[in-house]
Design a protein around this ligand. Structure first.
Ligand SMILES: [Zn+2]
Ligand SMILES: [Zn+2]
Length: 179
C-alpha cells in the first residue's frame, strides 16, 4: 500500500491526503503491520481528507470499528496497538505552517502541488510531533441487537433507538426527519 493506493481510494490528490499518508507511514513504521482485524486502532480528531490514507495504509476503518472519530477539529492522530498496549500520538508540528509556499509568482494550483510535494518529502520531525503515550485501551467494537422501529418498521440498533409516546422508534422517526 503506497500513496497511489491512497489517492485511488480517496479520488484525488490533495495536501490533506498527503498529510494523512505521512501520519499513516509513521504508524506503519512504529507498529510494523497493517490491521487485518482490529488490533491496531486509530483515534482521529478530524474527519478530513487525510483519514482516507489512514484507512487504506493502516487498515483502520469505520467498518471494522478500529477507526474512532473524535470531533475536535484538530490534526491529532493517536494509534493504539492491542496486545502490547502501546500508543503513539502524532500531532502537527507547531512550526509546520511555515512550510507553506508563499512565492507570489506561483499560481494557486502550482502552490498546491508544491505543498503536496513538500509534505511528501519533508523529514517527519519537521511535520509532526510524535510522542509515545499511555492511554486507556479503546473499547472494542460491540455487536448490538436490532429492534424494529414502531413507525417505519426498519431495524435499528438497540442503543440508537428512542422511546416516543410509549413506542420504540429509530432516531429519524424520533426526530422527524429522513436522514
Ligand atoms: Zn482530498
Ligand atoms: Zn423509524
Amino acid at each position: 500500500m503506497d500513496f497511489d493506493d491512497a489517492v485511488r481510494f480517496h479520488g484525488h490528490v490533495c495536501p490533506g491526503l498527503a498529510i494523512g499518508y505521512r501520519v499513516a507511514q509513521i504508524a506503519e513504521e512504529e507498529f510494523k503491520e497493517r490491521a487485518e482485524d482490529e488490533e491496531l486502532v486509530a483515534i482521529v480528531e478530524n474527519k478530513a481528507c487525510g483519514i482516507d490514507a489512514i484507512q487504506v495504509i493502516n487498515g483502520c476503518t469505520f467498518g471494522k470499528g478500529n477507526l474512532i472519530f473524535r470531533d475536535h477539529g484538530k490534526h491529532v492522530y493517536t494509534f493504539f496497538k492491542r496486545g502490547d498496549d502501546r500508543a503513539i500520538r502524532i500531532s502537527s508540528h507547531p512550526r509546520g505552517r511555515s512550510h507553506e509556499s508563499d512565492d507570489g509568482t506561483l499560481s494557486e494550483e502550482e502552490r498546491r502541488k508544491a505543498r503536496i510535494q513538500k509534505v511528501l518529502k519533508l523529514p517527519r520531525d519537521e511535520l509532526f510531533v510524535v510522542e509515545h503515550v499511555q492511554i486507556e485501551p479503546p473499547r472494542k467494537a460491540m455487536i448490538y441487537q436490532s429492534i424494529s422501529c414502531a413507525e417505519c418498521g426498519e431495524d435499528v440498533m438497540e442503543t440508537r433507538a428512542r422511546l416516543k409516546h410509549g413506542h420504540i422508534v429509530c432516531l429519524p422517526c424520533f426526530e422527524g426527519h429522513d436522514i
